[in-house]
Ligand binder design. Sequence first.
Ligand code: XIL
Length: 386
Amino acid sequence: MMNGFVGSGLIACAMLAATAYGQNNGGTTPEAAPQTNSSQAESAPSVGLKDAFAGKFLIGTASDLRGYSDAELANIKANYNVITPENCMKPQPTQPSEDTFNWTTPDALVKWCQDNNIKVWGHTLCWHAQTPNWFFQPGADGQPVTRELAMARLKNHILTEVGRYKGRVIGWDVVNEAINDGGAGETENLRNSSWNRLIGPDFLTLAFKWAHEADPEAQLYYNDYNIDQGSVENKGKHASSMLLLKRLLKEGAPINGVGIQGHWHLDTSIPDVEKAIADYESLGLKVSISELDVTVTGGNSGAFPGGGGGGPVSAEAFQQQAQVYAKLFDIFNRHSKTISRVTFWGISDRRSWRSGQRPLVFDARLQPKPALQAILDVGLGKNVTK
Ligand code: XIL
């Protein structure tokens, strides 16, 4: 299933671009093909996304690589040089019950990536979601879980997982989404997660230290969504993220960078994105755009908004989406000394967690959307937007 494709990236690229991206696919489901309109056909890209940004930053996608067709695997090989496992390295699947680990899917993913010269980015070690309840429940003696027991469980999880993939995973989203939504930015505004309640706010620094202990060469990042929001005015979630990161650095957390998830939409503030990158750079940190997608319907960019959309999308909306992507990649290009990686959250609108909102650069049939060419043009210096 995972090894059926043999061929070069350029051949794969040509295979991907056979049909037109029509002017309107209104009324179709996300899985249906767009109407063909040969007069407006997207021309076949001759270069993969990763090649257009070679020497600047890695270009990634998210997938667990299960049940993918040969065409999908070919698309990955043609366009991306790093993969983030979309779900299979999270605490729920890797340690569903205490000391029972499950590595089947992540092992297969890491092997396929090694065989195909694709790097792996680990996601994620410490999170409030997709984490089994046993971490926070009484131990064998039936006593309420203490700070010490919660620490021991988190440490064991991190040492085991990071240790297993030492030297084969280039870096980790060590802590995911620790900051709450909706704050003014005057405090760190940490989420009232079980980790925070049981261990206290130093759970982040501890997690980074354990990850570093297990693999001193791995890049270690803090990852969150909407942490670009409010940066121009130095308020809101961005301001909270700056307070948190300054504290982690002061506490000696071995942190190398920040993942701005980048679950964006047509109205996302582009100046906020640029200022956020510059702010993190000023702390001496690297930045990744770790879960990039730009939805064309439904403005909510928070986590788990519940799909949404799925109705008609006009050709104009896809052109707007292409413009937003072009503006974003223009920023990434200009900050390429700071940006280490830009990872799309999925390979196609069919595979996206927000498939109804058509957020990616290949459509449900794996055909290029206007956004793909717009991004390639920026990478190849053909169309620099401001
Ligand atoms: C999402 C996956 O894409 C879905 O398949 C899954 O059902 C839920 O998680 N922020 C993150 C990612 O850090 O792990 C989430 O991934 C999307 C939001």
